[in-house]
Design a protein around this ligand. Structure first.
Ligand SMILES: [Zn+2]
Ligand SMILES: [Zn+2]
Length: 289
């Protein structure tokens, strides 16, 4: 095995909304010593524990959109850091560092709607019900944005925090609902791309391909009218150069029925525990290989 990369992504959960096998979505993005989470689904607290990672090891949180399989672990994260110290790191309520929170402003609004019924209740000396997202997280404001396109909110917002530069671009997921894909800068003008939950935008993927090391795309093998995910029927029509850079994730428990067909087309399939070097797009070998 070569030298460990400086920028890696490890899947804790690689499954879709209703998975019972692959875990709801949560991944650890490591930028040198900084650990970020991409989404924080309902199983995230247990996934982190199983991986030997504490909430206090997390520098910041990225959120693509607000659905339980992406965000229902966040109340645990917020309260754990607010109330508890660990080692050298103090509790947030005692002046310890708040984890950073990076998400599109339209997603942030829905995130607070989802969390406020628990997080607004804060202990004295804070006034009762005065909690906000900023009580628990250091929310990062966008340094640039693109004007609205298909929805009333910005088409894209860009963020810098710590070692991270990321662009959150709206995707087509549930109509009328804010949802974003993440374009993560990995150096040398290259990016790694994360779909969040999104239908397939072939034109955008093809345009992005030359400077992309790896695409992570949610995937479903079930076709239905009003598709809200990355339909495999659409993904398999992508040019081979894109397919070979693309990792299927957020799949449901029927994955094994389709895996051979997907891999024959050049796709890779994400499983919990796998780690990818984002500067090369390659998966690090494991004992299972
Ligand atoms: Zn989802
Ligand atoms: Zn979703």
């Amino acid at each position: 095995m070569g030298e460990a990369s400086n920028i890696t992504l490890q899947f804790l959960g690689a499954g879709g909304a209703f998975t019972r096998i692959y875990g709801t979505t949560c991944s650890v993005l490591s930028l040198g010593d900084e650990r970020w989470l991409i989404d924080c689904g309902r199983q995230a607290p247990d996934q982190l524990h199983a991986a030997g990672i504490a909430w206090h090891d997390i520098f910041g949180q990225l959120v693509t959109h607000v659905h339980g399989d992406h965000t229902y672990g966040l109340e645990d994260f917020a309260f754990s850091r607010f109330f508890f110290a660990k080692g050298e790191m103090g509790a947030v309520r005692e002046g310890g560092p708040r984890p950073k929170l990076v998400c599109h402003s339209a997603v942030e609004e829905e995130l607070w709607e989802s969390l406020r019924s628990s997080l607004r209740y804060v202990p004295p000396p804070l006034p009762p019900k005065s909690g906000t997202l900023d009580t628990y997280f250091e929310t990062v404001a966008a340094y640039a944005s693109e004007p609205p396109a298909d929805n009333p909110w910005h088409h894209a917002e860009s963020f810098r925090a710590g070692a991270l530069t990321v662009h959150a671009t709206e995707t087509e997921h549930v109509p009328g609902k804010p949802s974003t894909a993440l374009t993560i800068e990995v150096g040398d003008g290259k990016v790694a791309w994360w779909s969040g939950d999104s239908t397939v935008d072939a034109e955008a993927l093809v345009a992005l391909e030359p400077r992309t090391t790896v695409f992570f795309h949610d995937c479903t093998f079930v076709e239905y009218p009003g598709q809200v995910h990355g339909s495999f029927a659409a993904l398999e029509k992508l040019p081979e150069v894109v397919r070979r850079k693309l990792v299927l994730m957020h799949h449901e428990d029927d994955l094994q029925d389709h895996r051979v067909r997907a891999e024959a087309l050049g796709f890779r399939v994400a499983l919990p525990g796998q780690r990818f070097d984002l500067t090369t797009g390659q998966r690090e070998p494991t004992l299972a290989d």
